[in-house]
Design a protein around this ligand. Structure first.
Ligand code: HEM
Length: 138
């Protein structure tokens, strides 16, 4: 009998507790929503910052003349861009192109002939590099 009473009291306590919680959310939906929104916001802001596809896509429309390309020499904080077959590649994050220089050649130039006819590696080293635009006459 005693055991039954104990079980009964526990069930009752649990029920009362649940009602209390529900009434809290009902009585203060704003707090409940705020809690949800905060956690959703926390999830959203923790998205990896490395999603830069939009930027890169936008840059693919960059159109530069040979003269304009010269300023992208990889020096003094400038990006290091190189043109090959009319396509402009970004060498800024390529270790072998530190400070915009590579085996005596500099960024900010059209190096089609050099990579095809003088480099030991040929065009294969361009695979996977970010394309930032195209070379236009002017
Ligand atoms: C005579 C001229 C050149 C020489 C002797 C040369 C030599 C080299 C060497 C030894 C490497 C490192 C090892 C390798 O990845 O094969 C390298 C890497 C590289 N070269 Fe050249 N290169 C020349 C011209 C060029 C040109 C004109 C371009 C671009 C237009 C270029 C783009 C690259 C890139 C992007 C890498 C890095 C590859 C990577 O880390 O995945 N190179 N080059």
């Amino acid at each position: 009998m005693k055991r039954l009473i104990v079980i009964g009291i526990s069930v009752l306590t649990l029920a009362l507790f649940a009602v209390g919680c529900a009434s809290g959310a009902v009585n203060n939906p704003a707090a409940a929503t705020a809690a949800v929104t905060d956690s959703a916001a926390a999830v959203a802001t923790s998205a990896p910052s490395d999603i830069v596809t939009t930027d890169t896509a936008a840059n693919e429309t960059l159109e530069l003349t040979l003269d304009q390309l010269k300023q992208y020499d990889g020096k003094n904080g400038n990006p290091a861009y190189v043109a090959v077959d009319g396509i402009i590649y970004d060498m800024s994050n390529v270790k072998a192109w530190g400070n915009g220089d590579h085996n005596g050649y500099s960024a900010g130039n059209d190096l089609t002939d050099i990579i095809k006819n003088k480099s030991p590696h040929g065009l294969k080293n361009l695979e996977g590099l970010p394309i930032v635009g195209k070379l236009v006459d002017g």
